[in-house]
Design a protein around this ligand. Structure first.
Ligand code: NAI
Length: 282
């Protein structure tokens, strides 16, 4: 029966429902994440913080670690925890150096005890120490490879028994476009991220039979403090020019893709490396 505007009843009812929804609607069904527990390494700032908040908004309890490199690092960590608590999910955090395999095991044990479970791991902690390879010091090579690659191995190994036993797990490694294409002066970083991509594929193969998905994201230039304070404006301009979308990314751009990989929408994806680079690699 048409109403007084001449619109049929069913259409009028639909219009009413649609116009009543004033809040943005979620594009991705993340109900499977509610009540899960996630570890985000390096969750105190930048991409890690954005990922931790996105998971918490979907109802995940979040544990994160960070490197205690001084007062600023501790402030960042407390700020992330404060933001996470606003989502009314459980939060656990402390400094834990991902290069310390023994402390990584202890941290994972604490998360299991404090949060009562463990379902998702985001290997995000990472550093760079750029220098031409003929000038690179041993410690510059080692700190980058040990943080970006060894750290992901230590955490993956530590969570594997729990995820294997429950036959459910999602692991996402934060790699980089510089794991597949490189620029001058980042041999340590490129080697670590290329290694992380290889490790992602090996872990996917070994853990897949126990229903554990292991994938990687490969961000391009993402606007974090590390980038805006540590990289020259010229390099950032070049990065913008290089990318098809003509802009840098935001931490939120990476967090959205990580969330997708943790959701059941991606349940048949494993061993994949997803660029989040605005078309930088094209
Ligand atoms: P960020 O400097 O804001 O955050 C790094 C995080 O890692 C911090 O929480 C820090 O405490 C933690 N961390 C560093 N060393 C650690 C250690 N030994 N043990 C425990 N935690 C440690 O950096 P951002 O930009 O958010 O980077 C996060 C990840 O994204 C890194 O793996 C980085 O390589 C990757 N990435 C970043 C891009 C960018 O343009 N910002 C581009 C591509 C990849």
């Amino acid at each position: 029966m048409p109403d007084d505007r001449g619109i049929p009843g069913a259409v009028a009812a639909l219009l009413e429902r649609v116009s009543a929804e004033t809040q943005p609607q979620a594009l991705l069904d993340t109900t499977s994440l509610r009540g899960r527990t996630a570890i985000v390494t390096g969750g105190s700032s930048g991409i890690g913080r954005a990922v931790a908040l996105e998971l918490a908004r979907c109802g995940c309890n979040v544990a994160f670690c960070f490197l205690d490199s001084g007062a600023k690092a501790r402030l960042d960590a407390h700020e992330t925890a404060r933001l996470l608590r606003q989502t009314e999910t459980k939060v656990y955090f402390r400094s834990c150096d991902v290069r310390d395999s023994r402390d990584v095991r202890v941290f994972v044990g604490e998360v299991l005890r404090e949060m009562g479970g463990l379902h998702i791991l985001i290997n995000n902690a990472g550093v760079s120490r750029d220098r031409p390879l003929w000038k690179m010091e041993d410690h510059e090579w080692e700190s980058v490879v040990r943080t970006n690659l060894d750290g992901a191995f230590y955490f993956t190994r530590a969570v594997a028994p729990t995820m294997r036993a429950q036959e459910w797990g999602k692991i996402v490694n934060v790699a980089s476009v510089h794991g597949t294409r490189t620029v001058f002066g980042i041999s340590n970083y490129s080697a670590s991220k290329a290694g992380l991509i290889g490790f992602t594929k090996s872990s996917a193969l070994e853990l897949g039979p126990m229903n554990i998905n292991v994938n990687a994201v490969a961000p391009g230039y993402i606007r974090t403090t590390r980038l805006t304070e540590g990289v020259s404006p010229d390099v950032l301009d070049q990065a913008r020019e290089h990318s098809a979308l003509g802009r840098l990314g935001d931490p939120q751009d990476v967090a959205g893709v990580v969330l997708f990989l943790c959701s059941e929408a991606a349940r048949h994806m494993t061993g994949a490396v997803i660029p989040v680079d605005g078309g930088y690699l094209l």
